[in-house]
Ligand binder design. Structure first.
Ligand SMILES: [Zn+2]
Ligand SMILES: [Zn+2]
Length: 176
């Protein structure tokens, strides 16, 4: 299993490299940071000041490297889907592409001072969560499980970066 992390637009490479190391352990898959894709400016909605995630995910799906089984796109702009004010990420259930946004994972977004450790832990959780969806996992009721839905950043902070026992079992069937 080979999973590519694809920067979309301007994203700090250091974070992506670190992320690839951590994800390797969690999924027992090979992770690589791929070539960046340009950010789809057509997805920008000026009235909301946000990017519509669905066409960006579609664009990512059109650009999956041949040698990749799955891709995780990483953006650093605020994203939404029409039913929600914002989303931390989006994925195709049981398919090969997911994306996350870094923007709302930073303490600075909430008016707090920068904290690299908190930021990176959140990046890991949201990445594991969205990739979990690509392996067919749905939202989990266990508040500590990484597959718990995050309505806001407090939910992200409450949950852990790992799968609960039930979700882990489902994942292992897919990884086999
Ligand atoms: Zn989810
Ligand atoms: Zn779970």
């Amino acid at each position: 299993m080979k999973i590519y992390i694809i920067p979309i637009g301007d994203v700090e490479k250091k974070t992506l490299l670190k992320l690839s190391w951590v994800l390797r352990e969690k999924f027992e898959a090979v992770f690589e940071v791929g070539e960046p894709l340009p950010l789809l400016e057509d997805a920008y909605r000026p009235l909301r000041g946000q990017y519509f995630a669905t066409p960006i995910l579609e664009e990512l799906k059109q650009n999956i490297p041949e040698e990749a089984d799955k891709v995780l796109g990483v953006l650093d702009v605020d994203i939404f889907v029409p039913a929600l004010n914002f989303i931390f990420g989006q994925a195709d259930l049981g398919r090969n592409a997911a994306l996350i946004s870094l923007t709302r994972l930073r303490e600075e977004f909430y008016g707090n001072s920068k904290n690299e450790k908190i930021f990176f832990y959140r990046v890991v959780k949201e990445s594991v969560h969205e990739l979990g969806h690509t392996f067919g996992l749905r939202h989990c009721d266990n508040p500590k499980c990484v597959m718990r839905f995050s309505n806001d950043i407090r939910d992200t902070d409450i949950k852990g970066a790992d799968f609960c026992e039930q979700c882990r079992e489902k994942l292992e069937i897919k990884l086999r």
